[in-house]
Design a protein around this ligand. Structure first.
Ligand code: ZN
Length: 58
């Protein structure tokens, strides 16, 4: 069972989707994506919590 995260669900106007088998995998992808696409250097606890809340089973 894989998990997905829609960037849009975290609050960005963005169609990117992160996929992974675990929350940690998705978080690391999301961190990279946020840095490259949204100029966010550090994921704050607030963002990490938002991301975790937005991850869903595919
Ligand atoms: Zn995005």
């Amino acid at each position: 069972m894989s998990k997905i995260l829609l960037c849009r669900d975290v609050g960005f106007d963005c169609d990117a989707i992160c996929r992974g088998n675990t929350d940690e995998e998705i978080l690391s992808q999301a961190a990279q994506h946020a840095q490259q696409e949204h100029g966010i250097q550090d994921l704050t606890d607030e963002i990490v919590n938002k991301v975790r809340g937005a991850i869903r089973e595919e």
